[in-house]
Ligand binder design. Structure first.
Ligand SMILES: NC(=O)c1ccc[n+]([C@@H]2O[C@H](COP(=O)([O-])OP(=O)(O)OC[C@H]3O[C@@H](n4cnc5c(N)ncnc54)[C@H](O)[C@@H]3O)[C@@H](O)[C@H]2O)c1
Ligand SMILES: CC(C)=CCC/C(C)=C/C=C/C(C)=C/C=C/C(C)=C/C=C/C=C(C)/C=C/C=C(C)/C=C/C=C(\C)CCC=C(C)C
Length: 512
């Protein structure tokens, strides 16, 4: 058994090192919190279980390809307004990234040969949509214009912790109309707003997939605040790809963290949050090492935090209630493909959504997502080749309890089905394959440390917009959560917001 002295972390003078804040996990939520706190002068330690930072915004390299682990469609890199949270997070610690503007957010390939592109130019997108639904032209404009109203409210103010009364008072006096606007939209979902203006059933289905492809639920259950961000910012700040791949965002944040005096340790898996008198005071690693801090921040999911890092039997009632409202979304089956460049027809867009039957939108392997980041940054693949990252929802349950052989066969069969469907858009895809790696919900759980490999929380039933999403403080004094199981949910710009808000609240609590 290690001696107490050995297992605790001692400073050079032999005293126990105490940090102001320990962040468990270096996803973008965790890193934004850590960099913001370090920039305020806090002594911060980030503990990451994996070898590199980023979590689902990480990367891996194989045979000359650099693959993004998660989605390659990045919001938050605009250069104006207040909603460009990734640009702002990097700037706060004196680092920056070159980004490449994406002219089209998504090319949809939908049932009955409905093909729609969401152009960066708002009017061009509206005209393309109206061409398919001319009878709904007023409704289309009214719906998307209402999304702009939400966005304009958010984009008028500093985005910080809604758990900090002095900040709320200040923004209310600075921007009373914007605040009242947000109060109005916080309990609303997209479906209710859409049906005020639109009746065409196919157009309503289109709005379902417009929501589903980032919220993993149809319009009826998607919060209006989040839709306001996504449906407007894609035309305002735009979708911009970081040069060198999505993994650069985390690497740059770590560079900034270290410049600002913070520390990060890799291969540092936290197995326990240490509490004393009901208060979080430190963490224990798989190695047995212990670290203590005035505040503990978990970037692991709420399920991992309250069921694995703390005793599940002692889960606070507020967390039980949250679990009754929200469930784990499915994970993904991911195909990381390297393909010959001539597989892509001239003018192919970077991101595609493929669905052949509206009834199957939410089913496993129903909707297919495709990103081709090398169309924006060719340096990510060997010359003459492209990366196709293809992913589709898949449940952890469907991959549990099978032998290694069965697992490999199941992966191959699933990949075959997806490639066959994609042949209709990219003829010659199978023959043009140069590299393929298939990830399953089991891979997502193993490499990202996310319970059941989940993409994040989704409402179990229709809820009142974002009202049920918890902020950063938890029922355990000294313990905070950050990332996609806190307000406002999934998405890099969303978890960046959660990071700004968390650091703001922790900073105030530390008296910084
Ligand atoms: N295009 C996009 O918008 C895009 C791209 C990639 C990711 N994302 C989003 O990012 C969000 C996730 O970001 P996030 O910050 O919430 O979390 P995350 O899951 O990306 O990161 C959590 C980090 O914590 C680490 N970790 C977990 N448990 C740990 C433990 N016990 N000890 C030490 N480290 C531990 C993981 O290894 C990981 O690095 C998702 O919603 C996803 O949609 C979006
Ligand atoms: C004072 C008084 C009276 C009052 C107050 C009120 C207020 C102030 C309020 C406020 C609020 C706020 C601030 C809010 C915020 C919000 C936010 C920030 C939000 C955000 C959001 C974002 C999002 C959602 C994003 C998302 C994204 C995503 C998810 C993406 C994804 C992607 C993918 C998946 C891809 C796919 C596709 C293909 C590939 C095709």
């Amino acid at each position: 058994m290690p001696s107490v002295k050995k297992s605790l972390n001692l400073a050079a003078n032999g005293n126990l090192m105490e940090f102001d804040a320990i962040v468990i996990g270096s996803g973008i939520g965790g890193l934004v919190t850590a960099t913001q706190l370090a920039a305020k002068g806090a002594k911060v330690l980030v503990l990451e279980r994996y070898l590199i930072p980023g979590g689902s915004a990480g990367y891996f390299e194989r045979e000359g390809y650099r693959f993004d682990v998660g989605a390659s469609m990045i919001f938050g890199f605009g250069n104006k307004g207040t909603t460009n949270l990734l640009t702002r997070a990097l700037k706060a610690v004196n680092v920056s990234l070159e980004t490449i503007p994406d002219p089209t957010q998504i090319h949809y390939h939908l049932p009955e040969d409905l093909k729609i592109r969401v152009h960066r130019d708002y009017e061009k997108f509206l005209l393309e949509l109206i061409e398919h639904f001319p009878q709904e032209q007023h409704g289309i404009r009214q719906f998307y214009d209402e999304c702009w109203q939400v966005f304009n409210c958010l984009n008028a103010m500093d985005l910080l912790s809604l758990e900090e009364p002095r900040y709320l008072t200040r923004v209310f006096f600075q921007h009373p109309m914007a605040c009242l606007g947000l109060v109005k939209y916080l309990p609303m979902n997209v479906g209710d707003v859409a049906r005020k203006y639109i009746t065409d059933p196919t157009l309503l289905k289109f709005l379902d997939i417009e929501c589903y492809c980032w919220s993993v639920v149809p319009a009826e259950m998607t919060p209006m605040i989040n839709a306001g961000m996504v449906f407007s910012d894609r035309h305002y700040g735009g979708i911009n790809y970081p040069k060198g791949g999505v993994g650069q965002i985390a690497l740059k944040l770590v560079e900034g963290l270290e410049k600002a005096g913070g520390e990060i340790k890799y291969k540092a898996r936290v197995t326990k949050i240490i509490t004393e008198d009901g208060k979080a005071v430190g963490v224990k690693l798989a190695t047995g090492e212990e670290f203590r801090a005035k505040r503990i921040i978990s970037n692991a999911t709420r399920w991992d935090t309250f069921e694995h890092l703390l005793p599940a039997a002692e889960m606070p009632p507020s967390e039980k209630k949250w679990q009754q409202r929200y469930q784990k979304s499915p994970s993904f089956l991911s195909l990381h493909l390297g393909v010959a460049a001539d597989v892509l027809p001239l003018g192919t867009e970077c991101h595609h959504i493929v669905l052949e039957d509206w009834q199957k939108m939410e089913l496993p392997e129903g909707t297919i997502f495709v990103s081709i980041p090398t169309l924006l940054d060719p340096s990510l693949a060997p010359e003459g080749c492209h990366i196709l990252h293809v992913f589709t929802p898949s449940w952890f349950e469907d991959w549990r309890g099978i032998s290694e052989n069965e697992y490999e066969e199941k992966k191959e069969a699933a990949a075959g089905r997806i490639i066959e469907r994609l042949e209709k858009i990219f003829p010659g895809l199978d023959a043009g394959l140069d590299y393929m790696e298939v990830g399953t919900p089991r891979s997502h759980r193993r490499f990202l440390g996310r319970d059941d490999g989940t993409y994040g929380p989704i409402p179990r039933r229709k809820l009142a917009g974002l009202l049920g999403m918890p902020f950063n403080r938890t029922a355990i004094p000294g313990l905070y959560c950050v990332g996609d199981s806190t307000f406002p949910g999934q998405g890099l710009n969303a978890v960046a917001f959660s990071g700004f808000a968390c650091a703001h609240r922790v900073g105030v609590d530390l008296g910084l």
